[in-house]
Design a protein around this ligand. Structure first.
Ligand code: ADE
Length: 233
């Protein structure tokens, strides 16, 4: 049976994600054939003896850009009729739960491009890229870890990757609220007690308490979420 989701990641630093792909739920998803994730070294698509992938920007300025030729050749090689190409870049659209869920639900094949240096030649972005995605308002040394974040956030929405479906519905952001506090045994530890209501077995009261705590936390930390019309779930 083909994998539920195929992902090809193009990077200059394949070693940065090898541990990540071998561990935990993503590792198990790959092992069980639900996920097919391959990491490709961009240098494999260079034709010169030094395997050069970058060059200076026309018009001057600091830093180096990834050249168009290896990226065009890599993407054309990996392309399939159903694939979407995503470029990880700090000037992309902010990644959120809703986008990750949609990718998991609607896409069967993703090609991820991780940038380096000051970015990539604009012709790649204009002609080959479907989505440009940022994982936050900070700049990483390259996009490989950003690609790992995107892979993780998408793959956990692929059915069967996460064991328990419930753990998705209780996610932070699932209904535009941050998650409520959680406790496990022991009920008392070093004099710190679990809130009484959680031990009561009273499901409605527990739900009510959780909703209130979620609202309170969201109001303090992320009031912007409360004004959103569209739920992210
Ligand atoms: N590459 C470097 N910084 C990044 C960011 N914040 N998001 C996505 N890709 C990046």
């Amino acid at each position: 049976m083909p994998a539920a989701l195929k992902i090809d990641l193009i990077t200059l630093f394949p070693g940065m994600v090898s541990g990540f792909l071998a561990e935990s739920m993503i590792g198990r998803g790959i092992e069980r054939g639900i996920l097919d994730i391959k990491v490709h070294n961009l240098r494999d698509w260079t034709n010169d003896k030094h395997h050069i992938t970058d060059d200076r920007p026309f018009g001057g300025g600091a830093g180096m850009l990834l050249k168009p030729e290896p990226l065009f050749e890599a993407i054309e090689y990996l392309h399939t009729p159903e694939c979407s190409v995503i470029f990880l870049t700090p000037d992309g659209e902010p990644l959120n739960r809703s986008f990750s869920r949609q990718l998991a639900a609607k896409k069967r094949h993703l090609i991820l491009i991780s940038g380096h240096y000051e970015g990539i030649d604009q012709r790649v972005r204009d002609n080959l890229v479907d989505y440009e995605v940022s994982i936050g308002d900070y700049v990483l040394t390259n996009g490989t870890l950003a690609a790992a974040v995107l892979i993780d956030s998408v793959c956990r929405h692929v059915p069967e990757v996460l064991g328990e479906e419930k753990s998705l519905t209780q996610d932070s952001f699932a209904d535009n609220l941050l998650s409520f506090p959680q406790y496990t045994r022991p009920a008392e530890y070093r004099g710190m007690c679990v809130p009484e209501v959680l031990l009561s077995g009273h499901h409605e009261e527990i739900e009510q308490w959780r909703k209130e705590r979620s609202l309170e936390k969201t109001r303090i930390r992320r009031p912007d979420l409360l004004n959103k019309k569209e739920p992210q779930s």
